[in-house]
Design a binder for this molecule. Sequence first.
Ligand SMILES: C[S@@+](CC[C@H](N)C(=O)[O-])C[C@H]1O[C@@H](n2cnc3c(N)ncnc32)[C@H](O)[C@@H]1O
Length: 235
Amino acid sequence: MADPTHVREQYATEDNLETRRSVWQPDPVLGDPVEVALEAVSAALPGGKSMPDVLEVGSGPGVFAARLQERLPHIALLATDQSPRFVELARERGVPAQLMDVQHLLPGDDSYDVVVAMWMLYHVPDLHRGLAEIRRVLRPGGTFVAVTNGDEHVAGLRRDAGGAGLVTHFSSQIGEAALREHFDTVERVDLRPSALFADHAAAQAYLDSSDEGLVIPHFEGSREYAGEVTVFTAR
Ligand SMILES: C[S@@+](CC[C@H](N)C(=O)[O-])C[C@H]1O[C@@H](n2cnc3c(N)ncnc32)[C@H](O)[C@@H]1O
């Protein structure tokens, strides 16, 4: 999951991300994890400041950043990613974006009120360097919002295809302990969205998007698999 060459190949274009994004249905009680993250960023903005500074790391093609800009037009937002193509796509969406590795952030100390990382920390080879960099660029009293998956995320689909659940170094299970090494308080919202596949081809396309060679035996009709997602808010 954190092999840098594989990660760069995976995110050379938007196709794999779009295939994965398109199947998700919200948690029946808590809703869409993206909406929970938007609310967490919104709630963390310092009151009384005309233009709070928000940094997104690993922003991909800027879909979340564009939603942030739409929802919170008064923020000064910078989206960053290590993929040149994604930086280009974010700019095409009207989002200010810059090429940056979270392990070597370019902004100076105490530059941001909020930093957000959506489904990206599990790819970062030196997780603690990345978290230390995020802490460094956050102002005192600033907030970090991080979204990640748990070990059981679509594990049913992966098992049906002869694989195993995907265990990462920044998951619902162990992400909180990692965050506590860099932040004083960590809150979490655990969600259970579900992946709905209209047919066998859709399920296979989802597996193919992560290029692990998993093949699911043919099935008729649609199938639904449970996801496991956590939104962390750290200060
Ligand atoms: C699963 S995608 C998520 C993209 C986006 N945040 C979203 O939710 O759609 C992971 C993203 O992290 C980026 N990434 C991986 N390692 C990174 C690093 N060390 N620094 C910055 N970005 C990184 C990838 O290029 C990719 O855009």
